[in-house]
Design a protein. Structure first.
Length: 189
């Protein structure tokens, strides 16, 4: 009987077991590399997403910076117009505290800016009308709405003067009130 052409340490395909083991190792290594490449690909896609999001964030920050500069320019222009006007203008923060009164306003009420700052402006309102005026002002500030009222002020030299005050909310890009700008003028003169 003819002897088989393969021995016990060879596979039926005439490939030695050591070659099969080597192929198994290479196949395992290739599978490991494929897994590593898949993980790298997934990581790269996530990194690209992060880069896109970061780019959008940078664009948003840049847009906000431009908006802030434009708002500052507008605020400066408004301040200059109010300061240079012959009309009595004032500015108040969003909570209703006086931050600025131009020279015409100071002359109208007979008080300096340091006396008017914060809630000091309320001291020029006639004592009999002060509570009504302050309540109305607080309600307007709380609601973020326009303010309009007629009342009397007490000038240190001229006595009681009838005035009309109008204030308007200034809003930021999100619609939030950031300050009030207003004017107070004599009534009946």
């Amino acid at each position: 009987m003819p002897e088989s052409s393969h021995t016990m340490d060879q596979s039926p395909w005439l490939v030695g077991d050591h070659v099969l083991a080597w192929i198994a190792k290479v196949t395992g290594a290739l599978a490991g590399l494929a897994g590593a490449f898949a993980l790298l690909w997934k990581t790269w896609r996530k990194a690209k997403e992060v880069i896109v999001i970061a780019g959008r964030f940078v664009q948003a920050v840049e847009a906000l910076e431009v908006l802030a500069v434009e708002q500052q320019k507008t605020a400066t222009a408004v301040h200059l117009v109010c300061a240079l006007s012959d009309q009595p203008f004032w500015r108040a923060d969003k909570d209703g505290f006086c931050t600025f009164a131009n020279a015409a306003y100071q002359k109208l009420v007979g008080r300096a800016m340091d006396e008017l700052a914060g809630a000091g402006w309320s001291q020029v309102v006639h004592p009999q009308e002060r509570n009504e005026v302050m309540d109305s002002w607080r309600e307007a500030c709380h609601a973020g709405r326009d303010f309009y009222i007629e009342f009397r002020i007490v000038h240190p030299r001229e006595g009681a003067i009838n005035v009309r005050a109008k204030g308007f909310p200034v809003r930021d890009g999100r619609g939030q009130v950031v300050e009030y700008i207003g004017s107070t003028s004599r009534v009946g003169t």
